[in-house]
Design a protein around this ligand. Structure first.
Ligand SMILES: O=C(O)c1cc(C(=O)O)c2c(n1)C(=O)C(=O)c1cc(C(=O)O)[nH]c1-2
Length: 255
C-alpha cells in the first residue's frame, strides 16, 4: 500500500476496479476542482474590477503557454507510437500551426482585449511567484512520475467544460470590458477538452491494473487540483486582499 501523503486520497477508498477508479476520480473533482475556489466565484459573478481580471488573465497566460511544454514532456515519456500520435494534437491545439491560430494566440486576444500589452504578457515578468512555482511543478511532475501518472494529471480537464460554460456566460453578462470575441478561447476548449479528457480517462482505467496504481492515478489528480487551486489562492491574496508581491503586476489605479 502506498504511504499516505498530504496529497493522497483516504486510504480506505475502494479501488478494486476501473469503475471504482472512475467514481473516485469524479469524487475528487466534485470536492477539489478549482470551480469551487472563491476567486472563481468573484470572477464569474462579476465581482472583480478590470485590474483584477487583468491579473487573472496575465497569470493564466503562464499556465496556458506552459501546457505545450508539459505535453511535449508527456510525449517524451512514451516509446509507444500510438500514444504519442494521440497526444500530439494537444500541442497543436495550443501552439496552432503555420497559418492556423492556436489557443495561445486566442489567449493573447483575451489579454489584449483587456488592455494588456502582448510583449509584457509573453515575458511573464509580472506573474506571481506562486503561479510560476505551481505551473513549473506540473511540468516537473510529468517528467518525474510514471507515464501513467503523467496522463492522470491531465484529468482535471474532465471538469473544465462546465467551468468554461459558467465563465463564458458569467463574464459576458457581468463585465462591459469583455466582448464575445475575446471569449473564443473558452468556446474552442468546449470542443477540445472532452475529447482529451475522455482519452485520458479511458487510458487510466485500462492501464492502472492494481489498487496501488489506481491510488497513484487518484493522487496525480489531487496533485493537479492543487496546482490549479494554489494559483487562485495566490491571486486572491495579491489582488483581492491587496498583498501584491514585489515585482508582480500592479493594476492601474483607475481600473
Ligand atoms: O480554465 C480552466 O479552468 C482550465 C482548466 C484546465 C484544467 O483543468 O487543467 C485546463 C484548461 N482550462 C485549459 O484551457 C487547457 O487547455 C488545459 C490543458 C490542461 C492539461 O492539464 O493538459 N488543463 C487545462
Amino acid at each position: 500500500m502506498t504511504a499516505m501523503t498530504a496529497f493522497s486520497v483516504a486510504s480506505d477508498a475502494v479501488l478494486n476496479s476501473p469503475e471504482d477508479l472512475e467514481a473516485q476520480l469524479r469524487a475528487i473533482g466534485a470536492t477539489r476542482y478549482h470551480n469551487l475556489h472563491p476567486f472563481h466565484h468573484l470572477l464569474h459573478g462579476g465581482k472583480l474590477n478590470k485590474g483584477q481580471v487583468q491579473a487573472w488573465a496575465l497569470n493564466r497566460y503562464y499556465y496556458q503557454s506552459s501546457i505545450p511544454l508539459k505535453d511535449a514532456v508527456v510525449i517524451s515519456r512514451f516509446r509507444d507510437r500510438a500514444t504519442r500520435i494521440e497526444w500530439r494534437h494537444r500541442i497543436e491545439d495550443h501552439d496552432g500551426d503555420v497559418g492556423s491560430e492556436g489557443g495561445i494566440e486566442r489567449w493573447l486576444q483575451l489579454t489584449a482585449g483587456l488592455g494588456l500589452d502582448n510583449d509584457y504578457v509573453e515575458s511573464a515578468e509580472g506573474i506571481l511567484p506562486a503561479t510560476r512555482f505551481a505551473v513549473d511543478a506540473y511540468i516537473h511532475f510529468v517528467r518525474d512520475r510514471s507515464p501513467l501518472e503523467a496522463i492522470a494529471s491531465s484529468l482535471t480537464e474532465l471538469f473544465a467544460p462546465n467551468l468554461h460554460e459558467e465563465r463564458i456566460s458569467g463574464m459576458l453578462e457581468h463585465y462591459d470590458f469583455i466582448n464575445p470575441g475575446v471569449m473564443t478561447y473558452f468556446k474552442r476548449r468546449l470542443e477540445q477538452a472532452p475529447r482529451d479528457a475522455n482519452f485520458a480517462l479511458d487510458y487510466v482505467k485500462a492501464n492502472a491494473r492494481t489498487p496501488a496504481e489506481r491510488q497513484a492515478v487518484c493522487n496525480a489528480l489531487i496533485f493537479k487540483t492543487n496546482v490549479l487551486w494554489v494559483q487562485l489562492d495566490a491571486l486572491y491574496h495579491a489582488y483581492v486582499e491587496g498583498h501584491v508581491p514585489p515585482g508582480a503586476f500592479v493594476p492601474a489605479a483607475a481600473s
